[in-house]
Design a binder for this molecule. Structure first.
Ligand SMILES: Nc1ncnc2c1ncn2[C@@H]1O[C@H](COP(=O)(O)OP(=O)(O)OP(=O)(O)O)[C@@H](O)[C@H]1O
Length: 338
């Protein structure tokens, strides 16, 4: 029997407090500090993630997606409580619920307590499963955020996975599907990730109704890489907003990210953390200010894998630019199904 309890004050990340309780006991169910503990296929830790009730977590969805995907891949059972506490609509929204159900489906898992508005859920993963998986937010909830949770899982299956994702292809506060295909996809290919994305129907707020078919290939292990540079600016048109304003917003995003002299934009940085954590070897990205989403993803990844991240500030006197190098000694998780 090998057990340890670790409590981490995550308040270093503004508004988020994360506590982790570890329990290892050779895969048998156990009680940890009066909280439910669950067994898993790798006799892995029970993890509790707790968002601060007073302030609320600005990265609530991010915690769910990264921790659920890593639970699926590493075999760690997780329990997440106080989900999106402090929000005007706390708990799971359709995109979060659908994403969790999809991840659970991908890992033949047991998902408990998950429904719209749930603030506590637990996921006990089983074996990662290839083949067909369908997920439908039934709203304009972003299919790109469904993919964010599901893609890393599909890489650890025994064969190709076909994901039919329904919802919003172009939603606010989420990657546009065009960004996922034109920026995210070529960059993650450097880690050895290969997926095809067929945009069958676009879906927008409020109706949704978009449909994207993704085929993802499994791999033995992810390789580290330098990123190269690929930048985009995107903005979403809305009723009552003139097209020129939308164009200006997109151009501003592009300029903002070109100016900081990094190689990764303010959104891609958090989306790459999970791949850096899983890869075998050292990955490095140069970026502008490190976002709260990125800090959250790093924090969760360091708890659920052996990955170690460091962030170094780098000032260039000539151009007076400040960039940050995010470096990760990846955990080198090997696909046991190939
Ligand atoms: N314009 C954009 N371009 C590319 N990616 C984006 C853009 N806007 C947001 N994202 C990405 O979308 C994700 C949003 O995560 P976030 O957790 O805020 O979403 P959420 O699930 O809606 O969470 P919550 O409901 O808790 O606000 C992040 O990975 C972020 O990088």
């Amino acid at each position: 029997m090998d057990s340890a309890a670790v409590e981490i004050d995550g308040s270093v990340m503004e508004g988020v407090s994360i506590h982790f309780n570890y329990q290892r006991n050779n895969g048998k169910a156990a009680e940890a500090n009066g909280e439910l503990a669950a067994s898993s296929r790798l006799s892995a830790p029970l993890v509790r993630l707790l968002s601060h009730p007073a302030v609320g977590s600005p990265q609530g969805g991010q915690i769910l997606r990264v921790s659920a995907a890593l639970s699926c891949i590493t075999g760690s059972a997780i329990k997440i409580i106080k989900i999106r506490a402090g929000r005007s609509t706390p708990g799971l929204r359709p995109q979060h619920l659908t994403g969790l159900q999809l991840v659970s489906d991908l890992c033949s898992g047991s998902l408990q307590g998950a429904s719209i508005g749930s603030t506590d859920i637990s996921l006990t993963p089983g074996k990662v499963r290839s083949g067909n998986h369908t997920a439908d937010t039934q709203t304009a909830g972003s299919v790109c955020l469904l993919l964010q949770a599901a893609l890393p899982c599909a890489l650890y299956a025994d064969a190709a996975s076909q994901l039919l994702l329904k919802g919003g292809t172009n939603a606010e506060m989420a990657p546009q599907i065009d960004y996922t295909v034109k920026v995210f996809k070529p960059v993650v290919e450097r880690f050895g990730v290969h997926f095809d994305c067929d945009i069958r129907m676009r879906g927008y707020y409020p109706k949704g109704g978009g449909e994207v078919a993704v085929t993802a290939q499994p791999l033995k292990e992810l390789q580290p890489s330098s990123t190269g540079c690929l930048f985009a600016g995107s903005a979403l048109g809305k009723k009552g907003v003139y097209a020129d304003k939308v164009g200006i917003e997109a151009a501003e995003m592009l300029l903002r990210n070109l100016r900081h002299n990094g190689c990764v934009d303010e959104f891609l940085q958090d989306q790459l953390i999970i791949f850096m954590a899983l890869a075998k070897g050292t990955s490095r990205i140069r970026t502008g200010a490190v976002t709260l989403h990125t800090q959250t993803a790093i924090h969760v990844a360091e708890q659920l894998t052996q990955a170690k991240f460091t962030i170094t500030k780098s000032e260039d006197e000539l151009s007076s630019s400040v960039t940050y190098i995010i470096e990760c000694q990846g955990s080198g998780v090997v696909n046991p199904n190939l």
